[in-house]
Write a protein that binds this ligand. Structure first.
Ligand code: ADP
Length: 550
C-alpha cells in the first residue's frame, strides 16, 4: 500500500541564497535603522550616574535579522553597534574598547544565529524546544557575549565601576530586550506575505484589552496598591492570545505591553516606579520576562498539540484506507463475478453486432449496440466504485444528501448481498437534510456495519438488514439493524477496541476504525441489542445546517 506522503513542510526561512545586492542593501538599512531606534529607546532607561541601559533590545533586533537573512548582514550589525557606541559612549570609551564591543556584539549575535539554525529553531515556535533554544541562545551567546563586551567597556570607561558590578545588569538588559523583540520580529518577518484567517474580532478584543490595562496601570492614574495587582491582568490576556491567535499576534501583543510598561516605568509612572529607576526596571523586567515566557510556552504547547492532532488524523486516514483495501480484497470474488457478467455480455453483443452488420440488419444492430453500450457502462461503473472506495486522496468534506451516501455502498455490496440472499429494507427519506462529511469515510463505516450484519445473519440466509436515517435536529442519525443473534453481553465492554474479534479470520478493526471515523466527524457510534434478537448500530453525523426540531 503506498504510504500517504506527509504534507511538505514550508521552508522555515523566507530568504533565498541568491538575493540581489538591492535586497541586501535594503535589509541592511532596515537593520541599522531599527537597531539604532530601539537603542535610543533603550538609552532612555539609563539610570544615573553611570549610563547603563536597563533594557537593551538592539541585540535582539540583530539576532532576528542575522538568523533570518544570514551572516551577510553582520557588517550592517557592526555599523549599527559602532553608531550607537559613538553616539552614547563618545570619548569616554577608548577606540580599542569600542572596537572590542562591536566585534563582541557581532560575534555573540553571529554565534546565536548559527546556533538557532544549527539546532533547527522554528520561527513559528512549533515546539517547546524552540522556546528553550531561543532562551539559551539569548542567555549564553547573543546577550551573553554582547553583555560581557558592554560591561567590559563600562568598566574601562567608568573608574568607579568594576566588571562584575555591571556585567549582570548588562546581561539582564540585553536578555530582556531580546525576549521582547526577537520573537515578534522573527514571527512577522518569517511569515512573509502569508495571511492568517483566524478571528479578527478576538484579536481586536485582546489588543484593546491589553492596551487598556497597560495604559491604565502605567499611566500613573491608579494608586500603587491597585495598579500593582492590576499589572498581572495582562497574564490571562496573553495566555488567551497564545491559545487562540497566530504567533505573530501573540508576540506583537507582548511587545506592545512590554513597550508601554517599560516606557511608563522609565518615566517614573506606574506601580514599579517607586523604588527608583534601577530597582523598578529590574522588577518590571522580571515580570515581563515571565509574561513573554508564559506566552511563548503556551503558544508552543498549542502548536505541539495541533501537530499531534494532525498526525493522528493522518494516521487514521492511513488506517482507514488500509481497512478499505482489505475490505476490497475480501469482496474481490463477488466483484469479479459482478464484472464478469457485463464483460460476457459485451463479447456476445459484439459478435452478434458483427453478424448483424454482415447481414445488413441495421435495426437489430442498433438494439445490439445499445445493449453493448449499457453493459460497458455497467462494467465501468463497477470499476469506478471500486476505485473511489480504494482512493488514496486525502478525504475531503462535502455537503451530501443521506441517500447519496447510502446508495453507492449498497451498489458496492450488491453482489455480496445477492449471494447471501439478504433482504435490504431502506427507510431513508429523500427530504432529509444534507450532512457535511468525507463521503469515502462514512461509506467505509456503512460497509463495515453492513458486512458485520451480513456475517451475523449469514447462517440463516434470507435475513433482513434495515437501514434507516432520521433528523435529530442537531445531527442526522443513521441506524443499521439486523435480525441476527445479537451481540453477546460480555462482548460489549471491548466491542469497539482494536483487535477485539470473535470471528475466525477476523481482524477486529472494523468497529474500532468506524468509531474513530465517526468521532472525527464529531459524531458517536453506539451498539445495542434488540429485545427480540438482532443488533442495532447507530451513528450520528453533523448536519449542514443544524436546526432545533419543533
Ligand atoms: P471483525 O469483523 O474483524 O471481527 P469488527 O470490529 O468489525 O471486527 O467486529 C468486532 C466484533 O463485533 C465481531 O467479531 C462480532 O463478534 C461483533 N459484531 C459486530 N457486528 C455485529 C452484529 N451485527 N451482530 C453481532 N455481532 C457483531
Amino acid at each position: 500500500m503506498p504510504i500517504t506522503p506527509l504534507p511538505q513542510t514550508r521552508p522555515l526561512l523566507p530568504f533565498k541564497p541568491a538575493d540581489s545586492a538591492l535586497w541586501l542593501a535594503s535589509r541592511s538599512v532596515m537593520l541599522i535603522a531599527l537597531y539604532y531606534a530601539v537603542g535610543l529607546w533603550g538609552y532612555a532607561f539609563t539610570p544615573d550616574p553611570y549610563g547603563i541601559p536597563l533594557v537593551w533590545p538592539s541585540t535582539g533586533v540583530g539576532l532576528a535579522f542575522i538568523y533570518l537573512y544570514g551572516y551577510r548582514l553582520l557588517p550592517a550589525l557592526g555599523i549599527a553597534t559602532a553608531l550607537i557606541m559613538w553616539q552614547f559612549a563618545g570619548d569616554d570609551v577608548p577606540l580599542s574598547e569600542s572596537i572590542g564591543v562591536v566585534v563582541a556584539t557581532m560575534a555573540g549575535v553571529g554565534l546565536g544565529a548559527w546556533a538557532l539554525r544549527r539546532f533547527g529553531f522554528s520561527p513559528r515556535f512549533e515546539s517547546l524546544r524552540d522556546v528553550l533554544l531561543l532562551l539559551l541562545v539569548g542567555a549564553l551567546a547573543a546577550s551573553g557575549l554582547a553583555a560581557t563586551a558592554g560591561a567590559w567597556a563600562m568598566a574601562v570607561s567608568v573608574e568607579e565601576l568594576s566588571f562584575s558590578d555591571t556585567w549582570w545588569l548588562c546581561w539582564v538588559a540585553d536578555l530582556m530586550g531580546l525576549l521582547l523583540v526577537t520573537p515578534a520580529l522573527i514571527a512577522w518577518l518569517a511569515a512573509g506575505g502569508r495571511h492568517f484567517d483566524s478571528g479578527l474580532p478576538m484579536i481586536v478584543l485582546l489588543a484593546a484589552s491589553l492596551l487598556g490595562v497597560s495604559a491604565l496601570v502605567y499611566s500613573g492614574a491608579l494608586e500603587t496598591g491597585l495598579a500593582m495587582p492590576l499589572s498581572y491582568a495582562v497574564f490571562p490576556l496573553v495566555m488567551l492570545a497564545a491559545l487562540r491567535c497566530p504567533i505573530q499576534i501573540t508576540t506583537a501583543l507582548m511587545l506592545i505591553v512590554g513597550a508601554i510598561a517599560l516606557s511608563g516605568t522609565g518615566w517614573g509612572l506606574g506601580p514599579f516606579a517607586e523604588a527608583g529607576l534601577e530597582q523598578s526596571l529590574l522588577s518590571l523586567n522580571a515580570q515581563l520576562a515571565l509574561l513573554v515566557l508564559t506566552g511563548l510556552v503556551l503558544a508552543a504547547l498549542r502548536n505541539e498539540r495541533e501537530a499531534a492532532e494532525a498526525r493522528g488524523r493522518r494516521h487514521l486516514d492511513d488506517l482507514a484506507r488500509a481497512g478499505r483495501l482489505s475490505t476490497l480484497g475480501e469482496l474481490s470474488a463477488s466483484l469479479a463475478h459482478e464484472l464478469n457478467q457485463p464483460l460476457c455480455a459485451l463479447t456476445s453483443y459484439a459478435s452478434a453486432s458483427r453478424r448483424l452488420l454482415e447481414r445488413e440488419r441495421l435495426d437489430d444492430l442498433r438494439d445490439a449496440l445499445v445493449q453493448l453500450d449499457s453493459n460497458a457502462h455497467r462494467a465501468a461503473e463497477t470499476i469506478r466504485r471500486m476505485r473511489a472506495f480504494a482512493s488514496s486522496a486525502a478525504p475531503r468534506e462535502v455537503a451530501i444528501a443521506p441517500r447519496d451516501l447510502i446508495t453507492p455502498v449498497l451498489d458496492l455490496l450488491h453482489p455480496e448481498l445477492k449471494r447471501w440472499r439478504v433482504n435490504i429494507d431502506i427507510d431513508v427519506a429523500g427530504s432529509l437534510p444534507r450532512v457535511v462529511v468525507a463521503p469515502v469515510q462514512i461509506e467505509q463505516v456503512l460497509v463495515n456495519l453492513l458486512r458485520n450484519a451480513m456475517e451475523a445473519i449469514e447462517p440463516r440466509l434470507d435475513g433482513t438488514i434495515r437501514i434507516s436515517a432520521r433528523d435529530l435536529g442537531t445531527a442526522l442519525e443513521i441506524t443499521v439493524t439486523d435480525d441476527g443473534p445479537g451481540i453477546p453481553q460480555e462482548r460489549f465492554a471491548t466491542l469497539f477496541d482494536p483487535f477485539a474479534t470473535w470471528k475466525s479470520g477476523g481482524m477486529g478493526l472494523g468497529l474500532s476504525i468506524s468509531r474513530s471515523l465517526v468521532e472525527a466527524h464529531g459524531g458517536q457510534l453506539t451498539a445495542t441489542n434488540l429485545k427480540d434478537g438482532g443488533a442495532r448500530f447507530r451513528f450520528t453525523l453533523p448536519l449542514e445546517v443544524p436546526h432545533a426540531r419543533s
